[in-house]
Ligand binder design. Structure first.
Ligand code: T3D
Length: 265
């Protein structure tokens, strides 16, 4: 029997989702897309799950689209607009709108859509031996899966152009120093560190964490005045919630806060 292309395991109050086609550097075929979407949906439905850790099996994180699935022989040309619209765009939108925070543990090379799926996660931590490659230009494509949006915002326009046009592998350490990811860590400490971060997020105030993601993202298109008003609305909403009261009480009582379990969506 063929091994599952996506593995999902429960750990206290978070889940680890593993891309599992190591023989092809965890590149995506349609079955893996469907399985990942289902694993994310299942984690979203499970109110015990308060954070998700995404990683890859084997020596790579993800090499983007499985190119052996693309028949370009003779005059045959696949409709990539269709596949991006059907699989990659919904995946990025789903990751960005998950009701829980996400951590990506980039265990090895992250290429093409694989790099940008990692960048869609809230906290990205990478093994020092990992690298990020915007490999699209090598097959005469432009970055997808949000790459053309993430890169200039994270690194600035000059570096975004260099990464996308030259497709040079960017080491984990450089990715950290360029502001693309949160942290590069020793290979052996990557999973323990990622799990520690995930556990911290999972015991945090889930609604506030998700709103942090949303408000920071909204700021990309807002003026300061619009953003100030958004902040006011956020604080009005979150200040009325029990987690805020618990946070303040815990501070005053000099103890760690115990935030409420997630509510069903
Ligand atoms: O098509 C659509 O629907 C549109 C959407 C597109 C989204 C995209 O992601 S487009 C970009 C697709 N990805 C790539 O172009 C990356 C291709 N891979 C590479 O450039 C290199 O493999 C890496 C830089 C990722 C890693 O290089 P290296 O030297 O560490 O490993 P390798 O030897 O190239 O690969 C190891 C094996 O994985 C190898 O198989 P083998 O020879 O051992 O049997 C290789 O063929 C396979 N592999 C790696 N990437 C892919 C792949 N097989 C199929 N598809 C891949 N993307």
């Amino acid at each position: 029997m063929e091994e599952a292309s996506i593995l999902s395991s429960k750990h206290d109050n978070y889940r680890i989702i593993t891309l599992n086609r190591p023989q092809r550097l965890n590149s995506f075929n349609e079955a893996m897309h469907a399985a990942l979407q289902e694993a994310l949906d299942e984690a979203s439905r499970d109110t015990n799950c308060r954070a998700i850790l995404l990683t890859g099996a084997g020596r790579g994180f993800c090499a983007g689209q499985d190119l052996s699935d693309r028949n370009v022989s003779g005059g045959n040309r696949p409709d990539l607009g269709h596949t991006v619209g059907t699989f990659y765009n919904p995946l990025i939108k789903k990751i960005k709108s998950l009701p829980v925070p996400t951590v990506c543990a980039v265990n090895g090379v992250a290429a093409g859509a694989g790099a940008n799926i990692a960048l869609a996660c809230d906290i990205v931590i990478a093994a020092r031996s990992a690298n990020f490659v915007q490999s699209f230009v090598k097959i005469a494509l432009t970055p997808d899966s949000g790459g053309s949006w993430f890169l200039p915002r994270l690194t600035g326009a000059a570096r975004a152009r260099g990464l996308a046009m030259l497709a040079e592998p960017l080491s984990a350490e450089k990715a950290e120093s360029w502001g693309l990811i949160w942290k590069a860590v020793d290979d052996t400490s990557m999973m323990p560190e990622a799990a520690k971060i995930c556990a911290q997020l999972a015991s945090g105030p889930t609604a506030a964490l998700v709103e942090i993601r949303r408000t920071l993202e909204d700021s990309e298109n807002n003026t300061l005045n619009v953003q100030l008003e958004l902040e006011r609305k956020m604080l009005a909403m979150l200040g009325a919630a029990d987690d805020y009261a618990e946070g303040v009480k815990a501070f005053m009582e000099k103890r760690p806060a115990t935030f409420a379990p997630r509510k069903a969506n």
